[in-house]
Design a protein around this ligand. Structure first.
Ligand SMILES: Nc1ncnc2c1ncn2[C@@H]1O[C@H](COP(=O)(O)O)[C@@H](OP(=O)(O)O)[C@H]1O
Ligand SMILES: [Mg+2]
Length: 344
């Protein structure tokens, strides 16, 4: 199968969601709510989830969806529901040219029902879309990096991925220039990049991307998260030292890290667990990991095992994530295993 329709719809869906996230970012009302796990969620997370699921459900109504959010808070609180619905409505009005392809949403009730389609338990069989409507919500709130991420898992294997990163520069050599890129991939067909335009334009072909292949660690730079609670930055620094990496690490929130490594702004992505009991979520890694693999890299857990997307909503068979060029991956895993030998 070519999965060209899936890729096209995924690209349109994440692009439209970014119109909404951008509107919310530039408005005073972000409606930040703290979830049970203490992480923030905003009107933009809910609105983006409704828009993306609307697009997936219109085109692939038989498919299952694992989405990060649910509509419980919206059902209980009119002061969260109503502004979210306003943003969704305005975004649809602003993107009429794609309504034929990715659909409309006609009421707040329908919006909440779409959000709640993301409750699937995941698993080893069938077609399952994994959606993170705003990955890096903390980055989004601080005006840093965030991403709208959508992956299609087919019989346990990520097969299609689209990643919209509204705050990554189009030209990495000009970090203060135009911002916003969209990356996508189909397994076996490579990864591409194109600018994330204000007016949705999915027919524009993407440019194929390839990861860097630095000859040695002396030339390599690594990417890591901003939040010290999400990965062990002390151990990451120690691994960098062991490997002879001298360049300072680049810190950013969200799957923008996968995007940066895939297009060669950085070379390695280290996400060492802060706790061996934390289970990474499939929506935090589906799209990004495929894009790095299709750009020529290897993505694994800290033991060097492939990420297993077939066991539910989390990556419960894995700990942490390492993304690296093919020629360096084994050496990184050696250093990681040495660093974590007390817990592995
Ligand atoms: N203890 C933890 N360890 C690893 N990841 C965690 C974590 N707590 C939360 N996260 C995840 O880290 C994601 C952000 O990744 P990063 O740190 O790379 O920016 C969050 O996604 P959301 O922002 O969608 O909630 C959340 O799912
Ligand atoms: Mg996330």
């Amino acid at each position: 199968m070519s999965y060209s329709k899936e890729r096209h719809i995924a690209e349109l869906a994440v692009q439209r969601a970014c119109i909404l996230t951008n509107r919310v970012f530039h408005s005073r009302v972000k409606g930040t709510v703290t979830k049970d796990d203490k992480s923030p969620v905003t009107l933009a997370d809910y609105g983006a989830q409704a828009l993306v699921i609307g697009a997936v459900n219109k085109n692939f109504p038989q498919d299952n969806i694992v989405g990060e959010e649910d509509a419980e808070v919206l059902r209980q609180k009119a002061d969260v529901r109503e502004p979210t619905w306003q943003y969704v409505k305005e975004t649809i009005e602003q993107s009429q040219e794609v309504v034929g392809e990715i659909g409309s949403i006609n009421s707040a009730e329908e919006m909440m029902d779409l959000i709640d389609l993301g409750v699937h338990a995941g698993g080893p069989t069938g077609r399952i879309w994994a959606l993170d409507p705003i990955d890096g919500t903390k980055g989004f709130l601080r005006g840093g990096q965030y991403a709208v991420c959508l992956g299609l898992i087919v019989d346990g294997q990520v097969t299609v991925g689209a990643l919209a990163c509204p705050n990554l520069p189009v030209d990495p050599k000009n970090p203060d220039g135009e911002k916003g890129i969209i990356l996508s991939a189909v397994r076996g067909q490579g990864a591409t990049l194109k600018p994330l335009l204000e007016n949705i334009c999915a027919d524009e072909p993407g440019i194929p991307i390839k990861m860097n292949a630095p000859a040695s660690f002396a030339d390599a730079a690594f990417c890591e998260g901003v939040e010290s609670g999400h990965s062990n930055q002390g151990q990451q620094a120690s691994i960098a030292k062991k490997l002879g990496i001298t360049k300072e690490s680049v810190r950013m929130d969200s799957q923008a890290k996968y995007a940066s490594v895939a297009r060669g702004d950085g070379d390695l992505y280290l996400r060492l667990p802060t706790s061996m009991t934390y289970e990474e979520k499939i929506w935090d890694h589906a799209a990004g990991s495929l894009i790095v693999e299709e750009a020529g890299g290897i993505v694994s857990d800290v033991r060097g095992n492939p990420l297993n997307f077939a066991v539910g909503r989390t990556l419960k068979k894995n700990n942490g994530v390492i993304a690296a060029p093919k020629n360096l991956h084994a050496k990184v895993i050696e250093a990681v295993k040495d660093e974590l030998k007390a817990v592995l």
